[in-house]
Design a protein around this ligand. Structure first.
Ligand SMILES: O=C(O)CCC(=O)C(=O)O
Length: 288
């Protein structure tokens, strides 16, 4: 076997992300009170190197031809948004199903296990617009406080590429506006942030493999990308295992129910075949 092959195999093995981790007590406390937390070095540089290209290639395969940025809506200017790439590529699947990532998410939610809701790549193009203020849980037929999103840059990013801003503690006030991501939600939330006196928090520059985790009701936005580099970010959304479907209250939740919890009905367990439970039980768990 050539040295290059051995190195490649080692890299792949090193990047299984099969270990389990917990967020620190400080990070768990920040997540609970502020609705978000930043965890540095979730993936080491050599680990994120394994996943960057397969995720970007899956995005390239899945994206459709879009009009020039200045001819798009505010929403479509914000990012290329490609869902459930785990179903299209085994390496991306390994990333999305990684015990390391799901165990961190579970520790922040304060539960033993989570289920995948869906993944989404959010690639903000050079010259891409801002992501308007919104709350994710407005789209979800689930209890938003039991849902969590990981937002991980695949490259080192500076704020000018479109950093996230979170309204601290806004998750505790649950649904603040019925406006989905748009100029209207941006307008609504700007007033709400002012009126409710939320402190705004923008994580500093992030390295590839660092990640923020935010709660389903945490209000957030992201800036425009004024650089010449694509802001490549991968996100994963999980919910606590055992959750039941909440009856949709808007068209977005109806759509999400059909897409991400196929076959599940209100009050039933949120547990379709595309919502595997994670981290998977190991022999050690069974005998604990
Ligand atoms: O990446 C962005 O611009 C926005 C991300 C976002 O809204 C989310 O992950 O919930």
């Amino acid at each position: 076997m050539s040295t290059a092959t051995v190195v490649a195999m080692d890299l792949q093995a090193a990047a299984q992300l099969g270990d389990r981790r917990s967020a620190s007590p400080e990070q768990i406390e920040q997540y609970r009170t502020a609705g978000h937390t930043l965890i540095c070095g979730v993936l080491e540089p050599h680990e994120i190197d394994v996943y960057r290209r397969p995720i970007a290639a899956a995005v390239e395969r899945a994206r459709t031809v879009a009009p020039p940025i200045d001819e798009r809506s505010t929403y479509d200017r914000a990012f290329l948004q490609l869902y459930n790439l785990w179903q299209t590529d085994p390496v991306v699947e390994q990333f999305v199903m990684a015990p390391r990532l799901s165990s961190i998410a579970a520790s922040l939610l304060g539960v033993d296990r989570v289920r995948i809701y869906h993944d989404q790549a959010l690639f903000k193009e050079p010259g891409g617009g801002f992501t308007p203020w919104h709350q994710d849980a407005l789209y979800w037929p689930l209890d938003g406080l039991r849902c969590i999103t990981m937002w991980m840059p695949l490259i080192d990013i500076v704020p000018e590429m479109g950093a996230m801003t979170f309204a601290e503690g806004s998750h505790l006030d649950r649904c603040l506006s019925t406006e989905t991501i748009s100029d209207e939600s941006e307008f609504d939330f700007r007033q709400l942030v002012e009126r409710n006196g939320y402190t705004l928090s923008t994580p500093r520059s992030m390295h590839a493999g660092d990640a923020t985790f935010h709660s389903g009701w945490t209000a957030h936005r992201a800036g425009a990308n004024s650089t010449a580099t694509m802001r490549s970010v991968m996100t994963i959304i999980w919910f606590a295992d055992g959750e039941r479907v909440v009856a949709p209250v808007n068209a977005a939740q109806e759509r999400d129910l059909a897409m991400w919890l196929p076959g599940c009905r209100p009050t039933e367990a949120a547990a379709s075949p595309i919502n595997p439970v994670l981290p998977v039980e190991s022999a050690t768990d069974e005998h604990r």
